[in-house]
Design a protein around this ligand. Structure first.
Ligand SMILES: Cc1cc2nc3c(=O)[nH]c(=O)nc-3n(C[C@H](O)[C@H](O)[C@H](O)COP(=O)(O)O)c2cc1C
Length: 272
């Protein structure tokens, strides 16, 4: 994938499609790409196209397409972060070839999607997405939904990123060459646009945390906000790679004091 910064800037969720079937060439490209997706946890996430008509897959927020993609992974620690990372790789690639998606973790008939996906006993399918060509105009329902969750806005940089401790806001200037990868995290999509990611710039890299939203319980589909964190890690890693910044993934609690509702997730370290 090229031009990550541009892709992240122009991507948006698509729930209203123009009714055209996705052509064979594009399906082949997507299928080839999904086979190769990896995440830093090394947890396998497998993708499958789902025919919404054949399997009767109701998804009330989506219109203008019957094609979906589902993804599943084994139930294990860090499964959600790995899932979010891999799913976002797919989402960004699809967007880069003109295909709209929206990560759906709530507004679907989960049992119907799970049946279509065919899950083994130890597997989970946290999210699915419709696939298709974005319509020129959003449905009234999608418009209203975006307004209700303020889908076009994001928290300011200094309120989500910190310098050494959670007490000191991080400015873009102080973030230096990491400002751009962090900005890509800031612009990431998240469940109900809650943007639960936080980052602390330390001496040896950036430590990512989840600031849990009250009432956002982890359910049978996993913890949606950990999926958000996986998405954030994906944006950071792709943007750093594009800027030729050498980073190394690590899950090792750095010992920074955090609020009780703030959980350490992972770090990207800079080689010393
Ligand atoms: C983990 C996750 C779950 C989501 N679940 C839903 C959902 O159930 N229904 C829906 O319409 N949108 C869902 N979304 C899409 C978000 O609402 C959307 O990403 C956010 O409002 C930001 O808008 P944008 O993607 O256009 O930037 C989900 C997004 C994520 C990352």
């Amino acid at each position: 994938m090229e031009n990550i910064t541009e892709l992240v800037h122009c991507r948006r969720s698509v729930r209203t499609f123009d009714g055209r079937e996705v052509n064979e060439d594009v399906l082949k490209k997507l299928a080839l790409f999904m086979e190769k997706i990896e995440n830093p946890y090394g947890i396998p996430v497998s993708f499958k196209f789902l025919d919404g008509k054949k399997h009767a897959l109701p998804c009330p927020v989506v219109s203008g397409t019957d094609l979906y993609v589902g993804a599943k992974a084994p139930r294990m620690p860090h499964m959600e972060e790995a899932f979010g990372y891999s799913f976002e790789m797919f989402v960004l690639y699809a967007w880069s070839i003109g295909i709209g998606t929206v990560c759906i973790g709530g507004t679907m008939d989960r049992s119907a999607f799970k049946r279509a996906m065919v899950l083994e006993q130890n597997e989970m399918m946290p999210c699915v997405s419709p696939l298709g060509y974005p319509a020129g105009k959003m449905s009234i329902r999608e418009n209203m939904m975006r307004k209700a969750i303020r889908a076009d806005s994001r928290n300011p940089f200094e309120t989500i990123f910190f310098d050494s401790t959670f007490d000191v806001p991080l400015t873009k200037e102080a973030a230096g060459r990491l400002a751009e990868p962090l900005e890509m995290v800031r612009l990431a999509p998240s469940a109900v646009n809650k943007q639960p990611w936080r980052g602390v710039l330390g001496k040896n890299g950036v430590h990512f945390y989840l600031k849990k939203t009250k009432g956002f319980a982890s359910g049978a589909a996993g913890d949606m906000q950990k999926i958000d964190l996986g998405i954030a890690l994906c944006h950071f890693a792709l943007a750093a790679k594009e800027k030729a910044i050498n980073i190394c993934f690590s899950v090792s609690e750095p010992g920074i004091t955090a609020d009780a509702d703030t959980e350490y997730i992972a770090s990207y370290l800079l080689p010393q």
